[in-house]
Design a protein around this ligand. Structure first.
Ligand code: ZN
Length: 501
């Protein structure tokens, strides 16, 4: 057996353990009775530990070095060279942080999660302050252990968006801020121009579910290799290229929750389903970064799912399903309702226009915290000031409307937020490229044909799995680096029209 095959064979066990753990996690959120939680936590801990120990072992290091020698002369584009590159990236991430620090992070964030839950409920940042201070301190240590050239944030960001630098994100956000903030202010002057009452009625859940499934089938999510269930927080998970599952949640009086949630997760799932089948069971399967993943979910959810063309196809069916609610609502009024902009205090409820302002705020605070420019004690005030600057609102509380709204920090996920915005920017950049390459795509969608778009995504993005790092993939697909311009072009055209600016 050659060295690369030996490495693959050895790592296959780890992939199997990870998928078994993922399946237990899926079951926990979808089926498990409440009291099964403590036992499930133990089972998951065992599987995760086995996978982690096997991965960070000296044997992995030895096999990896041998494989690196084997692929040294191969073209960088060769699958084996890519596999070895990806394993090296993951191996460095997994081995550079001392076990004691990994354990301390796990312990601290488990406790912090409890503290955060209570503090959020009490809407009192002071209760969470000490826990956050410990987490930031540990994240600093983790960044030092992982290593970085310029900024500690680089090391943390790299875990979610490999090779992306903090300075790159800052440059993108600087550009975005300059264009977006005045544009948002213009829309805020005219918020009354759009009424979202049509989507704030009672919509029976079983009918919502039937409609969502129909849409998912039509856009190309393969139910022979997937399924949709219900969970408290929607997510996508995979145990194989041929078993990629999504979940959704229903709100009876808020149609977009399940509808756009399903399309969003469907976008993530189609990415995983579209991976080159020969990557099955290797480290090359899956999405290459969170940002690229989010570009796929946002493309289907927003660029396609919130367009006039899309509703030209589906609105008649939706009206037929909900005649009492929608028969007197013209399609144009529905289209405007699903695209309504608001001064939302809550990120997960934010519209396409204001969403990235919420991310910029978090990114700026995280960097300032990590570099010691902002004290944890001052985070709430800094949060509220930035909300006022960017969105013209001041949170009325520290809880679900304020600084404690997101789960990320309590879970130790620092450096994660920017990937949401990177996904938003790339969703439009990829869309523009797809339409440039296959000009019939917009007309195809108007006819209810989504295959030409999905084929383009498969060919250019999905099939590569993790073969290319995100910047390399973006360059290959669009001929250049990630940019703000396509996203701003899209926003300005769409919302100038909707708000009559
Ligand atoms: Zn997503």
């Amino acid at each position: 057996m050659d060295n690369v095959t030996q490495l693959k064979t050895y790592l296959a066990d780890i992939v199997h353990l990870q998928h078994a753990a993922a399946l237990l996690g899926w079951d926990q959120q979808v089926n498990m009775p409440h009291k099964g939680a403590p036992a499930r936590a133990e089972q998951l801990a065992t599987l995760s530990r086995l996978a982690h120990e096997q991965f960070i072992s000296e044997k992995t290091g030895r096999l990896l070095e041998n494989a690196e020698a084997d692929v040294a002369d191969l073209d960088a584009d060769h699958d084996n060279a890519a596999l070895v590159r990806v394993v090296r990236h993951d191996y460095n991430l997994a081995t550079r942080v001392p076990t004691a620090l990994v354990e301390e992070l796990a312990r601290t964030t488990t406790l912090a999660h409890e503290i955060w839950t209570k503090a959020r409920e009490a809407a009192d940042f002071n209760q969470f302050e000490d826990a956050l201070a410990r987490i930031i301190d540990l994240k600093r240590q983790q960044a030092e252990a992982l290593g970085y050239e310029d900024r500690p944030y680089d090391a943390l960001l790299d875990q979610y968006e490999p090779q992306m630098k903090t300075a790159d994100v800052e440059r993108l956000f600087d550009e975005l801020r300059a264009e977006l903030v005045p544009f948002v202010a213009q829309i805020f002057e005219r918020l009354d121009a759009v009424d979202d009452a049509p989507i704030r009625q009672r919509f029976e859940v079983d009918k919502q579910e039937a409609f969502g499934l129909k849409v998912l089938k039509r856009i190309g999510y393969d139910f022979e290799r997937g399924r949709q269930d219900r969970s408290v927080h929607p997510f996508t998970t995979e145990f194989s290229i041929n078993d990629v599952r999504i979940t959704t949640r229903f709100e009876e009086d808020w149609l977009p929750s399940a509808l756009f949630g399903s399309i969003h997760e469907g976008g993530h799932a189609m990415y995983e389903q579209g991976c080159n089948p020969t990557y099955e069971g290797t480290f090359l399967a899956g999405g290459t970064s969170l940002g690229i993943h989010e570009s796929q979910s946002r493309l289907w959810e927003n660029v396609v799912g919130r367009s006039r063309a899309f509703w030209g196809v589906f609105y008649g069916d939706l009206q037929a399903l909900f005649p009492a609610q929608l028969q007197d609502v013209p399609m144009e009024a529905f289209y405007r309702a699903i695209n309504a902009v608001s001064r939302s205090l809550i990120r997960v409820e934010a519209d396409e226009v204001t969403y990235n302002l919420h991310i910029m705020l978090r990114f700026e605070l995280e960097n300032a915290l990590l570099e010691g420019k902002l004290a944890v004690h001052d985070v709430r005030d800094a949060w509220n000031d930035k909300m006022h600057d960017y969105l013209g609102v001041t949170p009325p509380d520290d809880g679900k409307h304020g600084v404690l709204q997101d789960v990320h920090w309590s879970s130790g996920l620092v450096g994660y937020f920017p990937t949401y915005s990177l996904g938003n920017f790339l969703s439009v950049q990829f869309w523009e490229q797809a339409v440039h390459d296959v000009p019939s795509i917009p007309e195809d969608i108007q006819r209810g044909e989504f295959g030409s778009l999905l084929s383009w995504l498969r060919e250019n993005i999905h099939r590569h799995g993790r073969k290319y790092f995100p910047a390399e993939l973006t360059e290959r697909v669009t001929g250049g680096p990630i940019q703000i311009a396509p996203f701003m072009r899209y926003l300005k055209a769409k919302y100038t029209d909707i708000y009559g600016l």
